[in-house]
Design a protein around this ligand. Structure first.
Ligand code: C2E
Ligand code: CA
Ligand code: CA
Length: 659
């Protein structure tokens, strides 16, 4: 009973898996039309041979009718060829096939056995063959629906066998049994084949599942490979891929580089944990801006980048985008107990679809960033041809530096520092001068940083120091000489030891030598710098913090480093008409006083400034108002004329005060 149920379920296509039923339907749409052509061909073969012996109503007309029906079915299946059907639809169509198979099987066998009464033995054998090959052919074509094959075989073979069993001719009976045996064997083979087909389908399913899993995994891997694990925003690799993709689109876009100013000191002072938290916070702020046109990435360390694919023809709009990013990232962050302030500088390049290559673009943005960092911290620079020109000029200078005879080409000029309260020359600041035979005179602002980058600074500093000491002995060994140290000098123990040795060899008293350094010179390697400065201090040298007030944490350095003097940056002096600036300068002077530090006000250019600064308590001045930097002989003459004494407050009425 149970197996009967099972058989019924099987025959009626119950509980067939969705994938299987769809696959069966798809296979049949290709094979059933073939089956109908086979039926037409077989029918006409038997019709033709019985044309003269059987009445048309039982032969020719039936063949015509069958042909029409078959062609209609071919047409129907052709229409179904590209049909996207659901499993339920497919199952219903397969059930239709079973019913039609039953009907056609019965019809064909009845027709064939009826024809068997007409004709001679030869024609009768053809009928037997017709039945046999039709059943075999149909079973072949219905291989993907074995139920149909079984139905056809059953409805044809049973009457066929019964019919031939009652024939007096033994040959036909033998043929019938032979054909029935072949058909049965074939059914078995087809059932086996079908179960292989099912297995294949199942394994394909498993394979597809595995493939989907692998794809998901590789998608995740790809995402991981493109994400910065610390901040969770895209990484350098992704950034460059996006740049390459955007270049392929043949339209302008902008890439920007963002560099955090003051990140290293935060990391050094508060530790890596706080440093990491700060980077995470920066990543979060950038991720907030993510949009269709804006993608930000962490390129490494404290450097971030972005790609903007929106409207880029308006340079000012791009500049304000960059500036708003700088401002957003510069907002102080509360990291646990610690509140940290950082700055952010930005360099942007706008691509030119006609020429730009991925790395050239990046280099240009980097150049713009470098410009911001060195000239205008906290601001945005958009790459322009002028900047490119400047870069080429710098490369020329760098090449000249490598081949220059620095001992001959370098000179030192001296700018006086005077105390207007006690009316004396305090000393001179030694300033480097380089005149190259082909490039002419080059500003120390340019060649010092280039020499640092080119690894030539040590030799340069030592050469300059030897020369400066010579001038110092002429100008007055009991006057103070200030000498500037670059970032590399301050952090290099060898350089510091050599400077000490040179002083010693020249019998110069260390208390008359002041080494000037800027905040940016010590920022990257504070511990080394501190150790070296303490060594200089221990030998009796004086240390001055140059360009005071322009950095982020000048005050912090005042406390941490062994400083004797402070030089108020000249940017404040040119801005004295501003009340806030005046307040800042006043506080710096007061601070120096309370910390017992010498305060030197740099860059005084006129009498009005001196009067105002003297009114705030300023005593030591350096600037064009007193004298420009001069070579030794000129400086000696200048000291003799003492014309600067006219500037001493009280000797004339200052215009600004009058106003
Ligand atoms: P600094 O140490 O701040 O030197 C002062 C600069 O301000 C000098 O420029 C000086 O000529 C200029 N200056 C002085 N008074 C005035 C003024 O009243 N108005 C204006 N507008 N400028 C004034 P200079 O000689 O071009 O040097 C530029 C920078 O190059 C120096 O800035 C210093 O950072 C660096 N430098 C110069 N010589 C050396 C050196 O021997 N070694 C190192 N490492 N750096 C040096
Ligand atoms: Ca200086
Ligand atoms: Ca300075």
């Amino acid at each position: 009973m149970k197996s009967l149920h099972k058989l019924l379920d099987w025959i009626t296509l119950h509980n067939v898996k969705d994938d299987l039923v769809i696959a069966q339907f798809r296979e049949l749409t290709r094979q059933i039309p073939v089956m109908y052509f086979l039926l037409i061909a077989n029918s006409w073969a038997v019709t033709y041979s019985h044309l003269d012996v059987a009445p048309h109503a039982e032969n020719l007309y039936i063949a015509i009718g069958l042909t029409v029906v078959s062609l209609a079915r071919v047409f129907y299946w052709r229409l179904n060829r590209n049909l996207e059907c659901t499993p339920a639809m497919a199952a219903s169509k397969l059930r239709q096939v079973l019913i039609i198979a039953l009907a056609l099987g019965l019809f064909h066998v009845t027709w064939a056995l009826n024809l068997d009464q007409y004709g001679n033995d030869l024609q009768r054998s053809q009928v037997a063959i017709f039945i046999a090959i039709t059943v075999i052919g149909c079973t072949f074509c219905l291989a993907h629906l074995p139920q149909a094959g079984v139905i056809v075989t059953a409805v044809v073979m049973v009457p066929y066998l019964i019919h031939y069993l009652y024939q007096d001719e033994m040959v036909f009976t033998a043929m019938a049994f032979n054909i029935a045996a072949v058909c049965l064997a074939m059914q078995r083979v087809f059932l086996n084949m079908f179960s292989e087909f099912k297995k294949l389908l199942e394994s394909r399913e498993v394979l597809a599942e595995k493939q989907a899993e692998t794809e998901l995994l590789s998608l995740e891997n790809r995402k991981l490979a493109h994400t910065c694990p610390l901040t969770g925003i895209p990484n350098r690799r992704f950034f460059f891929q996006q740049v390459a993709q955007s270049l392929g689109k043949n339209r302008s876009f902008a890439i920007g580089l963002l560099d955090l100013d003051n990140f290293k000191p935060v990391n050094d002072t508060y530790g890596h944990k706080v440093g990491d938290q700060l980077l995470i916070e920066i990543g979060r702020r950038l991720a907030e801006l993510e949009s269709e046109n804006f993608t930000a990435a962490r390129l490494g360390g404290d450097e971030f980048g972005f790609i903007y694919t929106g409207y880029v023809t308006d340079r000012e709009a791009i500049r304000s985008l960059g500036q708003s990013l700088c401002d957003k990232l510069s907002k102080s962050c509360q990291l646990g107990e610690t509140k940290v302030s950082i700055g952010c500088s930005c360099g942007i390049v706008i691509s030119d679809p006609k020429e730009d290559q991925r790395h050239a673009l990046y280099d240009r943005a980097d150049l713009a960033l470098y410009e911001s960092k060195s000239q205008r911290r906290g601001m945005v620079t958009i790459y322009s041809e002028d900047l490119g020109q400047k870069k080429r000029h710098e490369e020329e200078i760098e090449a000249a530096l490598h081949s220059a005879n620095l001992d001959e080409e370098l000179e030192v000029s001296y700018q006086p520092i005077v105390n207007l309260q006690n009316d004396s020359i305090v000393g001179y600041e030694a300033l480097a001068r380089w005149t190259n035979p082909t490039l002419g005179s080059i500003s120390p602002d340019i060649f010092i940083s280039l020499a640092e980058r080119a690894g030539l600074i040590r030799h340069m500093t030592i050469t300059l120091f030897r020369k400066a000491l010579k001038g110092h002995s002429v100008l007055g060994a009991d006057l103070c000489m200030s000498f500037n140290l670059s970032a590399h000098d301050v952090t290099s123990k060898e350089t510091i030891l050599e400077l000490i040795a040179i002083c010693h060899a020249n019998h110069v008293r260390p208390e008359f030598i002041t080494f000037e350094l800027t905040e940016t010179a010590v920022i990257d390697s504070l511990e080394n710098a501190e150790e070296n400065l303490r060594m200089l201090r221990a030998c009796g040298f004086k240390i001055a913090l140059d360009d005071f007030g322009t950095g982020y944490s000048s005050l912090a350095y005042l406390h941490r480093l062994p400083i004797d003097k402070v030089k108020v940056d000249r940017s404040f002096i040119s801005n004295l008409h501003n009340r806030d600036t005046r307040d800042i300068v006043k506080s710096i002077i007061a601070l120096c006083y309370s910390m017992s530090l010498d305060c030197i006000i740099e860059g005084v250019e006129n009498r009005d400034q001196i009067y105002m600064l003297a009114g705030m308590g300023g005593q030591n001045f350096q600037g064009y108002a007193i004298a420009k930097p001069m070579f030794v002989e000129e400086a000696v003459n200048w000291a003799e004329t003492a014309s600067w004494k006219d500037l001493i407050p009280g000797t004339a009425e200052p215009a600004m005060l009058q106003a």
